[in-house]
Design a protein around this ligand. Structure first.
Ligand code: GLA
Length: 382
């Protein structure tokens, strides 16, 4: 993205120049709604990101300008100073979470912008948190590790936005590495880089352009369902602290004791954790047809059992199947946003043309297409 506009606005608002930082959005190949259940995820940082120019201003106030919204906010750094706009709460929350960890952030001026589409399941909010987390850590030499910056972003969502998200998005944004996916164990927080170069295939996102707002509450309800099932299983299996620790037999034991909807949600999660492990094993053998089948399995589960899909996403998934795409599924939190598609290179053109035309005809919305490019995580630009 061209950062000239950020530079110009910063200069015109504050009469000086600052440093520019960036942090990206993410894709996730497989492993959805598993992170807050202690399972595995397989994300990668992408070439769409948030960018901020920033400079300490010697006061105890933050002056922020959101270039894409053409809105400004000014706020202090004490708990009572929480700003009204949600976008400003992401920045405020990061400052507060740093302060809670004993590291004091002072006032600063900033302008930010980005090209991660909002509400598209590509983690625009995590990119924003990680961008400011990384920038403030460097500017004030706070000494946080990248993973701690990710945890600060996650805590910001929990405490200042109200989304009880897992760690996947902030982790991917902070720790991403060009050309690599990351297999993160969300229980131990251990991770490994997995070089991703599926020869003969392309990875493409199609954005329904139906946006979600996870703050809407459905996301948190899914998490609560999982927690209720864990509480029931733990009565007879006290070692089970998360759905990751459970298996399908343990689930069956509590079937008559839990709400049927909660049961269905938990069943999806236990199956999804296994699907990710199966996909990793298939990737080691370069067997991307199996990876693709598992992705369709994820979509089916997210649509029918976890119920976080929507007609637009299901339609694109059907289009992928009809075009012979190897794997396709809703990506991210759901309720709108993108499908991620693993498609043989020779089928790519036909798929993109057919799916986007059919989608436009059906919903009268122009879907957006993004080729996936796996890039580095948070960094200083200039
Ligand atoms: C959102 C959350 C993540 C994760 C995904 C679903 O992106 O922020 O923590 O739970 O949904 O996999």
């Amino acid at each position: 993205m061209d950062i000239t506009k950020i530079r110009e606005k910063f200069k015109s608002l504050y009469g000086t120049t600052g440093d520019v930082y960036t942090s990206p959005g993410r894709i996730n190949l497989i492993g959805e709604h598993t992170d807050y259940n202690g399972g595995f995820v397989l994300p990668g940082a992408i070439d769409k990101a948030m960018y901020c120019e920033i400079k300490p201003n010697g006061t105890d106030k933050v002056r922020a300008f959101a270039l894409d919204l053409n809105e400004s906010a000014e706020f202090g750094l004490e708990e009572a100073d929480k700003p009204a706009q949600q976008w400003a709460c992401y920045i405020f929350g990061v400052c507060r979470e740093m302060a809670k960890r004993g590291k004091k952030v002072q006032g600063f001026d900033t302008v930010f912008s980005g090209d991660v589409p909002l509400g598209a399941g590509m983690s625009s909010s995590a990119a924003l948190e990680s961008c400011f987390g990384y920038a403030l850590n460097e500017i004030y030499r706070l000494g946080f590790e990248r993973f701690e910056i990710a945890l600060i972003g996650q805590a910001t969502e929990h405490n200042y936005v109200g989304v009880m998200c897992g760690i996947m998005d902030q982790f991917a944004s902070c720790c991403g590495k060009e050309g690599n996916l990351m297999r993160l164990d969300c229980r131990s927080l251990e991770y490994a880089y997995v070089p991703f170069n599926p020869k003969g295939y392309r990875l493409v996102l199609i954005n329904t352009c139906v946006t979600h707002n996870l703050a809407g509450g459905e996301y948190n309800k899914r998490r609560q369902s999982c927690e209720r099932v864990v509480a029931e299983i733990a009565k007879t299996h006290p070692e089970v602290k998360l759905l990751r620790d459970a298996n399908l037999d343990m689930l069956k034991e509590v079937k008559s004791k839990v709400d049927p909807v909660d049961y269905m949600r938990a069943e999806f999660v236990v199956e999804e954790i296994q699907r990710l492990l199966d996909a990793c094993a298939a990737m080691e053998k370069d067997d991307y047809e199996t990876v693709g089948k598992l992705m369709y399995g994820t979509h089916e589960g997210l649509s029918k059992k976890y119920e976080v899909s929507c007609p637009e996403l299901d339609f694109l998934n059907d289009q992928a199947k009809a075009c012979g795409v190897s794997g396709s599924r809703v990506m991210g939190g759901g309720f709108g946003g993108c499908t991620i598609n693993l498609v043989k290179s020779e089928l790519y053109d036909n798929f993109v043309k057919t799916a986007t035309e059919a989608y436009k005809k059906q919903f009268n919305i122009d879907p957006k297409v993004y080729d996936v490019v796996i890039k580095d995580g948070a960094r200083k630009l200039a």
